[in-house]
Design a protein around this ligand. Structure first.
Ligand SMILES: Cc1cc2nc3c(=O)[nH]c(=O)nc-3n(C[C@H](O)[C@H](O)[C@H](O)COP(=O)(O)OP(=O)(O)OC[C@H]3O[C@@H](n4cnc5c(N)ncnc54)[C@H](O)[C@@H]3O)c2cc1C
Length: 447
């Protein structure tokens, strides 16, 4: 979110200690930076009106969430480094939710239940109740039963189509049926389909998605108990090598929050849909916690020759040549600095490594097998800045609102780390307010 120094952080984390304030440089993340990040990583395609709403309302939305019981913390563990004795954050990711994804869901459900919201579990919305006057509710399948819930307004917020192998192949393309799904098995595009069925406009990057490097032998869908232990985001400090023993991407093109969401695609395109991430002992302390979990496919060795022989499915001779060529092209002078794009760049390689290009020369060496894990899809339905779903004539469909992954037009090609939840939160709050306002102006009982 946008914030201007520690005073804004204190609005979200009022119990920051004096010591934390003294030893932390919270910096700032301005509206211009957030907007620029969104524009740049989406190749200037993000819908400017929706993007502006997300950027401008980000801090207020988080303050409102805090008032509802969501607890925020500085993101010390993952997204900060010590520079000259003070902790610094990078990539605009300064705050996290206590308890991570599970924490945010738990606190929001607690708030919703406290305010009288009823939750129908094991219930799948199958269609919208709709006529010429608009949307009047939903039809739900639950066990063997079909129930109709009548309502003055409906907000569709049931995710993208990342868990639908058939739609992934149809819209993202060949090979996407083979991706692992990082999150819910239930996000199969139902929300998008039922809205399209009543005339919603299809919008955004339907062949695009957020996808990351993910444990090669991960479960097919996300498992709450395993949380994020399958993610492998530390590649900027090492090399990625495919089955042919070749590098295939600039691991150091940018700070991790600006590349990780698009590099999953590139791993999926490799032969066998896998790669190995290779590190030496110099950077072992920088590898994120997941690398130390039990859910890893990992090999280690004291020489590079021994290491490449252990990379299952890889042409070992070619891999050794690749690493030797890389080592020869990595600079011998310069200071490695993971907190900024440090400019340690290879010379003469067809695929450069543009930053953090240290030689792989310090045993023990480690390698981790990865494949592609899809997080969410970018294509969806079109809304206006009131979160009203619009039809192909840009006219709002009365009574229908949307938020979250079902909304198209916000992300294209890539996304700045953390902006998915910010988007869902800001537009979710707008959708709630708009739906409530619509419902109060609609006369008569719910039919
Ligand atoms: C492992 C992982 C890590 C992530 N990390 C981050 C991060 O660090 N920062 C960030 O910003 N974003 C992150 N994201 C992305 C972000 O969490 C999601 O994009 C966001 O939660 C989407 O919100 P949503 O409300 O659209 O969908 P969801 O939160 O997925 O909720 C959709 C709900 O709809 C339900 N549903 C689906 N179909 C139906 C139906 N027919 N009827 C009824 N219910 C239905 C599903 O069961 C689900 O509960 C991560 C995602 C994953 C999977």
């Amino acid at each position: 979110m946008v914030y201007d120094g520690v005073e804004d952080i204190k609005k979200l984390v009022p119990d920051l200690s004096d010591e934390e304030i003294a030893t932390t440089d919270f910096g700032r993340y301005t509206e211009e930076q957030f907007f620029d990040d969104m524009a740049r990583v989406t190749q200037y395609r993000t819908n400017p009106d929706l993007c502006e709403a997300i950027v401008k309302r980000s801090l207020d939305t988080l303050i409102w969430m805090r008032s509802k019981g969501v607890r925020f913390l500085p993101y010390y563990g993952r997204q900060s480094f010590k520079v000259d004795g003070r902790v610094k954050f990078w990539g605009g990711l300064t705050i996290t939710v206590s308890g991570g994804g599970i924490g945010v869901v738990d606190s929001l459900f607690t708030a919703a239940l406290r305010e009288g919201v009823k939750v129908a579990y094991n219930s799948r919305v199958t269609r919208l109740l709709h006529d010429g006057a608009g949307v009047h509710g939903v039809e739900v399948a639950s066990g063997g039963n079909v129930t109709q819930y009548h309502a003055k307004a409906v907000i569709v917020a049931c995710g993208g189509f990342e868990a639908n192998a058939e739609w992934r192949t149809r819209y993202l393309g060949r090979g996407w049926d083979l991706a692992k799904v990082r999150g819910s098995r239930f996000n199969t595009g139902d929300g998008i389909r039922i809205a399209l069925d009543v005339g919603a406009q299809a919008y955004g990057h339907w062949s695009g998605c957020h996808a990351v490097s993910w444990e090669r032998y991960a479960t097919d869908y996300g498992e709450v108990a395993l949380r994020t232990s399958f993610q492998r985001h530390s590649y900027p400090y090492g090399l990625m090598i495919n089955a042919n023993g070749r590098r295939f991407v600039d691991e150091g093109a940018d700070l991790r929050p600006y590349t990780y969401a698009k590099y999953g695609h590139i791993v999926l395109e490799q032969p066998g849909q896998f790669a190995w991430q290779v590190y030496d002992a110099k950077v072992a302390h920088l590898l994120r916690d997941e690398y130390k979990s039990r859910q890893v496919t990992k090999v280690s060795a004291n020489t590079l020759g021994e290491l490449v022989a252990k990379l299952e499915g890889v042409d070992a001779a070619a891999a050794l040549k690749t690493i030797e060529e890389y080592n020869a092209s990595a600079p011998s002078i310069g200071t490695f600095n993971p907190t900024v794009k440090d400019g340690l760049t290879t010379t003469g390689l067809t695929i450069p490594k543009s930053n953090w290009a240290q030689k792989l020369d310090t045993p023990p060496y480690e390698a981790y097998a990865v494949t592609c894990g899809i997080t969410f899809t970018f294509g969806g339905i079109k809304i206006n800045t009131n979160a009203e779903v619009v039809d192909v004539m840009e006219a709002p469909i009365p009574g229908l609102f949307a938020a979250g992954e079902v909304v198209g037009g916000i992300f294209y090609f890539n996304y700045p780390g953390g902006s998915g939840l910010t988007s869902g939160a800001v537009i979710g709050k707008i959708a709630g307010a708009s739906a409530a306002a619509f419902a109060t102006t609609k006369s008569g009982a719910i039919n």
